[in-house]
Design a protein around this ligand. Sequence first.
Ligand code: F6R
Length: 621
Amino acid sequence: MCGIVGYVGYRDALGVVVDALRRMEYRGYDSAGVAILDGASEIAVERKAGRLANLEAELAEAGVANFAGTTGMGHTRWATHGAPTDRNAHPHRDTTGAVAVVHNGIIENFAPLRHELESAGVELRSDTDTEVAVHLVSRAYTSGPTAGDFVASALSVLRRLEGAFTLVFTHAEHPGTIVAARRSTPLVVGVGKGEMFIASDVTAFIEYTRDAVELGQDQVVVITADGYAVTDFDGNSGVPTRPFTIDWDLAAAEKGGHDYFMLKEIEEQPAGVAETLIGHFDNGRIVLDEQRLADQELREFDKVFVVACGSSYHAGLLAKYAIEHWTRLPVEVELASEFRYRDPVLDRSTLVVAISQSGETADTLEAVRHAKEQKARVLAICNTNGAQIPRESDAVLYTRTGPEIGVASTKAFLTQITANYLVGLALAQARGTKYPDEVAGEFAQLEAMPELVARVLETAPQVREIARRFARASTVLFLGRHVGYPVALEGALKLKELAYMHAEGFAGGELKHGPIALIEDGLPVIVVMPSPKGRAVLHSKLLSNIREIQARGARTIVIAEEGDDTVRPFADHLIEIPAAPTLFQPLLSTVPLQIFAAEVAQTRGYDIDKPRNLAKSVTVE
Ligand code: F6R
């Protein structure tokens, strides 16, 4: 979390930086700030708690003319150390005002460093871990072996820091230079003509350049208007970086005519599912994106763990149904935050599937590292090209749905489910648990899903109308069985995080073991029905559950397959979705739940792109 940007070139840096912050605000919105260099002895800094709009108002009041310059950097914060206040907002400056820093991540050894600075008489002015870095660079520049050398001063400090961080430094005496470093958190370089950028993600600069370079772990980049140089923390050049061309366009990162990114992203789901499948069936075989695992290894796994957080975890629960059914391999699904702390039994014949939209989630990253330490092999499902989780994994499957800006996962979730199926089919193919024509058949059915997802989107007006009726309810329950159960959990999570309502998902069979006590007159319950043809037993069991809750006064909103007339008498509201193979139904049944949550939240007056207390990428545990 936290979005950072740096610019050196010929344009008005303030404009470039503020625009970039606007696009990266989804990364955190506890405060925003800018630093602009124009050759003066002090760096001009403005920073403000709250949304970017607060900073813009502050800049307007201070007079933008005071922020003229062609070098600058900016920060949008998701608070970790220190409350989301003005004084803790980035950039932070040293006591002379000549050095400034912005930071994403955590400096774990900040306490002894702070003590060292305070003992030397430095007065720190924030509660952040970040501020120590700027004073240390200032002191290294003022005296000692690196005196007068900005880059060497920054390197000497970076070598002392522990934790996960992207740090960006500027120095008033070097107005055309920015020094940036990364350890575990993201940093990309945008390569322009006569201008250079650094940022947490490419949306910050795609308006200006498509040429980008991804930095590796523990690397430092120095940018000037004319170019960039990458070294390790010891200043050695020749370290490996990954140049790439950005294939997202600017429109993909903007709202495309919708009031909210989330609504646009819900509509992008058919395309996302289709894109995620493209190129993965070649010459009669399923292929992954980056496979550094031999087919022999895929054959020899005797167990699969799926690790993820939040919605990605719900996608992981669905992976279990497909992988076990197709491969007969036992699959355990774990919250990444629990996984490594309970000492799971892992070895080289274990496959760990790590699912993460951002590829940055700290818990999932640490789960991956733990798995690798135990010699397990890791396959990442990720939406962010080159993020840390795929980099550290043995194989990668990208969900190709473009940047997801809305904080709540929507298109990422659907494409993660799609990617799970590809992983299941790749394993089944390698292990021979499905014949090649069966793999081809499943893939063909998957290819038909985007069109069906598009048909579900047509139910949006009906779903919104139902949502408005229940927008003032205090609790909404979600029920499902089999693959409908993780969908119920996901529907409840969407409602919680967007509408701040009490919502819970249950497996239909569990109802009588406790949750049925919650049912009272008028309580809305959303039920995800299995296909009457695909899973007839489950269908009739869930039908009985609906009867039970309706008899106790629940208002039932039922999502059922078109033509499923048996459910009609028990549905106060019926949302029909097209028939689909049992395992693939979640790609359809999830969509009305997303629309429902978004509409309830909007009716209650909430910003669905930026739910309170949340950030898009959670890079702290
Ligand atoms: C919920 C949501 C979160 C994320 C979770 C994992 O709508 O978006 O629960 O799914 O924080 O994030 P990634 O997938 O980036 O690891």
